[in-house]
Design a protein around this ligand. Structure first.
Ligand code: ZN
Ligand code: FE
Length: 239
């Protein structure tokens, strides 16, 4: 399997996970159809599945057009069936979703929205975290509670440290400014920031990150109780 990163809209990333044996692929969170279609046509990819982490427009915007064009099957969380366009397969927490050579564990990670899920491709050791865990940040709490978001982040935190993190937005540099403000002596963070800047200067995504990096550098994963997590989340909202 190989991962392709497709920038969409302002600062979104959609991802393709491509089976190199047959060029079949899943798209994760197609913000819009056009950049995905362009990439697929150029690379002769068969878009078999559309995987949605949550229902926000910048994660599902391409569903209808892509399904119409490629007959792809849309996969999303069961409780969001009425707000994920064209949903076909309803998945739930802890379920193993398996199709062709694709195999992902579904993790329900509410907080940003009540129906947010992540797709954990455990064989490939990578996870698509949508707007829950960002590199050096976490999603805004729109529908859930602080507790839910904290629990969701801790669920991700318990995965193997070499898990690659693919999130929904290129927010890393902006996020790093908040982290360094509240954790100025963190050497791993200082190193990570230099790294990020190098990538961005070369027009390369800062994604994927690794869980190890996030545990060392992401202040929201470093918060070890709900009080400090909530306080940081509030501060970030006004940062
Ligand atoms: Zn969102
Ligand atoms: Fe988003």
């Amino acid at each position: 399997m190989r991962i392709e990163i497709i920038p969409c809209l302002q600062d979104n990333y959609s991802y393709l996970i491509v089976d190199e044996i047959n060029n079949n692929a899943c798209v994760i969170d197609p913000s819009e159809a056009e950049p995905i279609i362009k990439f697929i046509e150029k690379n002769n990819i068969n878009l078999k599945y559309i995987l949605n982490t949550h229902h926000h427009f910048d994660h599902i915007g391409g569903n209808i057009d892509l399904k119409k064009k490629y007959n792809s099957i849309v996969v999303g969380y069961k409780d969001d069936a009425n707000r994920i366009p064209e949903i076909d397969i309803l998945v739930e927490d802890n379920q193993l979703w398996k199709a062709e050579n694709f195999e992902a564990k579904i993790m329900h990670i509410p907080g940003h929205t009540t129906g947010h899920i992540s797709f954990y491709f455990f064989k490939e050791k990578l996870i698509f975290t949508g707007d829950t865990l960002f590199s050096l940040g976490c999603g805004k709490i729109f529908e859930g509670t602080y507790e839910e978001m904290f629990t969701s982040l801790n669920k991700i935190k318990s995965l193997p440290e070499d898990t690659k993190i693919y999130c929904g937005h290129e927010y890393t540099l902006q996020n790093s400014k908040f982290c360094i403000k509240h954790d100025p002596a963190n050497l791993d963070l200082q190193k990570k920031i230099i790294d990020i800047k190098k990538k961005l200067v070369n027009n390369t995504p800062s994604i994927p990150s690794t869980l190890k990096d996030e545990i060392e550098c992401n202040i929201f994963l470093r918060a070890n109780n709900i009080e400090s997590f909530s306080k940081l989340r509030d501060l970030k909202d006004n940062f």
